[in-house]
Design a protein around this ligand. Structure first.
Ligand code: PLP
Ligand code: ZN
Length: 442
């Protein structure tokens, strides 16, 4: 059994490079790279045999194979030695049956993949474990890395800082000042990363970190680096695994820089190539109306994405106007009979609050996905008997300001249909009893 993976040009130019090389774009065309696996070699096992391998490892104790990412080691980064792996037990997150929320829309089969129930609180851990492990492996082979760095809307930086600290690698993060939550800002500070708050947006931070990478000052940890995608692609595989290898009808994914959309397709493509599944689900990329360059391209029937200046949105992690992985996402849309839909600020705020009333604790990005689900059901695009998975990208606990502002009625333009204000009373039994009788009459 010798499996192999290497970097190739995404657009098909000649040449290949080892995954341990610090290279982020194609030297011929300047475009994106991808990790290409030797799929023929992987087909030495049948689809059902791979299912058994993955099921036998899933959430078990043999380190690092209990991780949802490293349980699929051969499909992710086959030549990476175990000793270089930096794992914090990624993946294996709850696929939540959103029974009451789904029924409120007339659906029986709505599921929310809670990727935010993870070490640093977002799905970014799935890709970061792979990137940081490969960097450690490359450093062992002599690659000099002064710092691993990223631009971030808050979650990539938190994840990179945690994995970098676990590996003992220096980390620098470039953040748009004032545009991320308090929790997201504190995470890299706590892990000892160099935190740069810049007077710009995510796209401005991305332009600077790309230049630092091109000049060899830092090692680039953004999802432009396809190593991230190799880890993130396991989420699609894991969803199917959690349905006992049945493919859902729809997957709805909140999308900004579009790396995760590319990863979703990569995972499904490998499952099909290796005989685990026979068809794809339909993929819906959900954007905030205030940061919707892919939606605009899709509406106009264009195959290229024009950058826009992203406006402020509660969904801060997807406030991106110039998505790096746009060409990868377009390919995913084409292959998975995909579509793009958007949600306004009001729609996402109300969807989050409604979902929270059924027991979820929804981050604003996940709420973009739920608002899009509601639209597609209302329009009849998603049928009542369809099986739908919404990917929850981050943990709601990172977005306390969003929750507080909603329930305090402080989000401009949002009515707050599900507002719930605390009842403040003196410590008086009679007054408490009166208040309870008003709230729960009869
Ligand atoms: C990064 C992120 C996204 C968007 O993922 P892309 O790969 O940039 O499209 C969505 N939600 C959250 C919470 C994120 O951190
Ligand atoms: Zn090329």
């Amino acid at each position: 059994m010798s499996y192999h993976a290497e970097f190739r040009c995404f657009s098909g130019c000649e040449g290949s490079w080892p995954v341990t090389q610090a290279i982020y774009s194609c030297p011929s065309c300047g475009g994106l790279l991808e990790v290409r696996h030797d799929v023929e070699a992987l087909r030495d096992r049948s689809g059902p045999a791979w299912m058994k391998v993955f099921d036998d490892r899933y959430k078990q104790n043999a380190w690092p194979y209990g991780s949802g990412v490293w349980g699929k080691h051969e499909w992710v980064m086959p030549e990476l030695p175990e000793r270089s792996i930096v794992s914090m037990y990624e993946g294996g997150t709850n696929l939540f049956w959103a029974e009451r929320y789904g029924k409120s829309l007339g659906l029986q089969d709505v599921w929310v993949k809670l990727c935010g129930n993870s070490h640093s609180g977002s799905f970014k851990d799935l890709g970061m474990t792979v990137l940081v492990s490969v960097v450690r492996w490359a450093v062992e082979q002599g690659l000099e890395v002064k710092a691993v760095a990223c631009a971030s809307t808050g979650d990539t930086s938190a994840s990179l800082a945690a994995y970098g600290a676990a590996a003992g690698l220096p980390v620098a993060v470039l953040l748009p000042r004032g545009k991320i939550s308090t929790a997201q800002l504190v995470q890299p500070l706590a892990h000892g990363a160099m935190v740069l708050g810049l007077d710009t947006d995510f796209d401005g931070c991305m332009a600077i970190v790309k230049q630092l990478a091109a000049e060899g000052i830092i090692y680039l940890a953004n999802s432009m680096n396809p190593l991230r995608i190799e880890g993130q692609k396991t989420v699609g595989i894991e969803i199917v695994q959690q349905f006992d290898w049945q493919v859902p009808d729809w997957i709805i994914l909140p999308s900004g820089n579009l790396g995760n959309a590319a990863a979703m397709y990569a995972g499904f493509k490998m499952m099909k190539q290796c005989g685990l599944i026979a068809r794809y689900p339909r993929l819906v990329m959900a954007q905030a109306e205030n940061a919707n360059p892919l939606y605009r391209a899709w509406q106009a029937g264009k195959k290229t994405v024009e950058p826009v200046a992203a406006k402020p949105t509660q969904a801060t992690a997807i406030q991106i106007g110039n998505p790096v992985s746009a060409p990868r996402a377009i390919r995913a849309l084409e292959a998975m009979d995909g579509m793009v839909e958007q949600a306004s600020e009001e729609e996402l705020c109300e969807a989050a609050a409604r979902a929270d009333r059924t027991g979820m604790y929804t981050c604003p990005h996940t709420a973009v996905g739920l608002a899009v689900l509601e639209k597609l059901v209302a329009r009849g695009t998603i049928a009542k008997r369809d099986r739908v998975v919404c990917v929850s990208t981050a943990n709601g606990l990172k977005f306390t300001e969003f929750k507080v502002n909603y329930h305090d009625n402080k989000i401009p333009g949002v009515v707050g249909n599900s507002r719930n204000a605390p009842v403040m009373l003196p410590a008086d039994y009679g007054q408490v009893l009166d208040a309870m009788r008003r709230r729960f009459p009869g």
